[in-house]
Design a protein around this ligand. Structure first.
Ligand code: SAM
Length: 393
């Protein structure tokens, strides 16, 4: 799709005239059904390109609210907003840099991480080779009152030492329009980033949360960060930015964190009164067993990351569901039990089952106006089972 926000239209958006046009755009003007009339109105004072850019930015500002508390004054392109780190995560990460006055933010995009670092009082050298993004980053730090602490440079981040020994690097994981998952395919690839350690030994590198262990350097801490129950990213921490553990799961916005440590194997046993569904960051960081010991739970199956126990323990690291019934997998029997339990609506979850949860849910027979339930399809001791549970406590 043709990008409405370009170097030329950004000049307009940053001008007084652009600001005045943007100020006239209200959320109702931006609905699909209102687009034509809004564009017609804007065309009285703007060129077609300016009108399209103003509409696009106003819509991106609305969308940007999910990531930035001050999105309504910021500047984005569609893809750069998608790639930007949100405020909660970038502020959390910035705390690791407390010992460093000056930090390089390499591959700064529209400045999501630059803002987090500068807001934590760091002096930031923000680098991006894309001129439009570098200009968007500059505009964003200015409009947020952080301009004095940030120096934005348009260059290849590999080009030179950046005058600081600490850096945050967020490589592109979208290359030629396609998502890449491997650290070797990122742009720039991990090998190029690791070479920068010669100048900047203290580095945080943001990578895909599904990153494979294989091929990751052994001298870094890998932190899996989730926000509101979704694992958003993994960060490789090098040098003094590492806390010295191999892996860690951190849950935002609370900041609860669980570091990997050697623990005894967790026993496997039958379903108890409660089922625990660990946060995805806990699973990715391989700290499920540590969590099991912490909450006094056991595993349902050697291979499956569900825990179970007879006590409901409050933990930020897992959701806890009361188990009403645990049965061998059988659709007919499930429908019979759902009706007997007066269940009116069902959420289906699965782990270690080939079933498509949404298609399966449509085959369930519930009682109109009945109570909500959660059906969990999984396996115990290698056999498929179904757990009929209440909603998470
Ligand atoms: C995932 S985005 C960064 C998002 C940013 N951290 C934020 O929160 O807005 C990656 C950025 O790296 C930049 N980039 C990729 N390779 C680069 C290189 N060799 N030198 C400089 N910038 C590069 C891209 O232009 C892109 O803006």
């Amino acid at each position: 799709m043709h990008e409405a926000i370009t170097l030329e239209t950004l000049d307009f958006l940053l001008s007084e005239r652009g600001a005045a046009v943007l100020a006239t755009l209200k959320p109702d003007d931006l609905h699909d059904r209102a687009i034509l009339s809004t564009l017609t109105r804007l065309r009285r004072t703007c060129s077609p390109q300016e009108a399209a850019a103003a509409m696009t930015l106003a819509r991106l500002r609305l969308r940007g609210r999910a990531k930035f508390s001050r999105a309504d004054v910021m500047f984005f392109t569609e893809e750069a907003l998608q790639q930007a780190s949100g405020e909660t995560i970038s502020r959390y990460r910035a705390r690791r840099y407390a010992a460093f006055g000056r930090v390089a933010d390499l591959g700064c995009g529209i400045g999501g991480d630059t803002i987090g670092l500068a807001a934590a009082s760091h002096e930031v050298i923000a680098v991006d080779r894309d001129l439009l993004r570098a200009r968007l980053a500059r505009a964003n730090v200015r409009v947020l009152g952080l301009g004095e602490r940030v120096h934005v440079v348009c260059a290849d981040l590999r080009q030179q030492p950046w005058g600081t020994d600490a850096a945050f690097i967020d490589p592109s994981r979208r290359v030629e329009g396609r998502r890449v998952f491997s650290v070797y395919e990122m742009e720039p690839p991990l090998a190029d980033i690791l070479a920068l350690r010669r100048w900047m030994p203290h580095m945080g590198v943001k990578v895909h949360p599904g990153v494979e262990d294989l091929g990751l350097p052994s001298d870094c801490e890998v932190e899996f960060i989730s926000e509101n129950g979704t694992c958003k990213e993994a960060v490789l921490w090098f040098g003094d930015l590492s806390t010295g553990v191999p892996r860690r799961a951190t849950l935002l916005p609370g900041g609860h964190t669980l570091a990997w440590e050697e623990v005894e194997p967790v026993p496997v046993g039958p379903p108890g009164a409660y089922l625990y569904e660990p946060d995805p960051a806990v699973i990715r960081a391989h700290v499920v067993e540590h969590l099991a010991w912490q909450i006094g739970a056991h595993k349902l199956d050697e291979e499956i990351a569900y825990l179970t126990g007879d006590r409901a323990v409050q933990t930020p690291f897992a959701r806890c569901y009361p188990i009403w019934e645990a049965l061998p997998f059988n659709l007919k029997e499930l429908n019979r039990r759902l009706r007997a339990l007066g269940v009116g609506s069902v959420i289906v979850k699965k782990r270690g089952s080939a079933v498509d949860p949404e298609a399966f849910r449509r085959r369930l027979k519930t009682v109109p106006g009945g109570r909500p339930a959660v059906v969990i399809l999984t396996q115990a001791a290698d056999r498929p089972i179904m757990l009929i549970c209440g909603e998470a406590l």
